[in-house]
Design a protein around this ligand. Sequence first.
Ligand code: HQG
Length: 182
Amino acid sequence: KSNDKLVSTSKFLSLVLRHRPEVIGSKLDPEGWLCIDELIAQANAHGKAITLELLHEVVATNDKRRFALSEDGLRIRASQGHSVSGVELNLEETTPPEVLYHGTVAAFLDSIRATGLRKRSRHHVHLSPDEETATKVGSRRGKPIILRVAAETMHRDGHQFCLSANGVWLVDAVPPTYLTFP
Ligand code: HQG
């Protein structure tokens, strides 16, 4: 498959499995899963040509491992990044490392200094395990700025951390006191 085809299919799956399953007339289950047979049938019925082979290739080769299959291989879900309502991934709470990172851009800094990191349209604030990953995340919006998050202290103070299946740390919010600005 051409890389373009894999990327466009990944974007389409992100749309359906994170944000708007209704574009193919589907609904995710409470933990975000969708039957693969239904997804393929509904996508094709709505003018998006997808085969089982293409879907499996996207899952296997995706740069950020954005999608996960259920153990029986019959269902698929996005591992993080949701904005759709009524979905809760039910990830286990996990102790974070001492420091995590968040990549953003200068335009947001005043607001972040005032209110801390907020989840905005998504279900969680997303944190990266290393500066390199955070740099990539920030670069989506312009010149990246990397914030350090005192994750271990935050966790000790009672904030819950979860680790998504593809290595993204998820929290409800990061109050300003746990942030270090460059
Ligand atoms: C910013 C991608 C003003 C925040 C990535 C970010 C990630 C604030 C933006 C995943 C703020 C939200 C998520 C505040 C946060 N005031 N701005 N108080 N608090 N922000 O896209 O972390 O390719 O929802 O800095 O790799 O950029 O989609 O979050 O810039 O894992 O798989 O508000 O998306 O993955 O933007 O990215 P997003 P994000 P995928």
